[in-house]
Unconditional design. Structure first.
Length: 123
């Protein structure tokens, strides 16, 4: 749960930053704007992660068993979005790898941890 809060704040800041840099490319050191469709996709996918992450946070606070499967789906969805942003040229290769690692490690932890299973009442 502690890692989810910074992730959501990071996604919110990047979403706002992407809109600001689109409106004022020179402020971000850019010579031109990214295509509007790319920006819209980036914003929608980030907002999707923000909403899903908020729902996941509520499930975790309430210690619902569904938090486990939703956490795995959330992490996989985040990696899929990272890869798609990379393919659209919105993210570097190294940035994609670095940003994907916490999601992949988190997925393995969620699936393998006995503490997680006991916390979320899985028999």
């Amino acid at each position: 749960m502690i890692a989810l809060v910074p992730f959501l704040l990071h996604a919110a800041v990047l979403t706002v930053g992407s809109m600001v840099s689109y409106a004022h490319p020179a402020a971000a050191g850019l010579q031109s704007r990214v295509p509007l469709g790319f920006l819209i996709y980036y914003v929608i996918s980030n907002v999707t992660l923000l909403i899903y992450g908020t729902v996941l946070f509520v499930l975790m606070i309430r210690r619902r068993r569904s938090a486990i499967v939703n956490n795995v789906i959330f992490n996989i969805l985040a990696v899929v979005f990272l890869l798609s942003w990379h393919l659209l040229g919105e993210k570097s290769t190294i940035g994609t790898v670095i940003d994907s690692v916490p999601n992949l490690v988190g997925t393995v932890y969620i699936l393998m941890s006995t503490r997680v299973r006991s916390t979320f009442r899985v028999s």
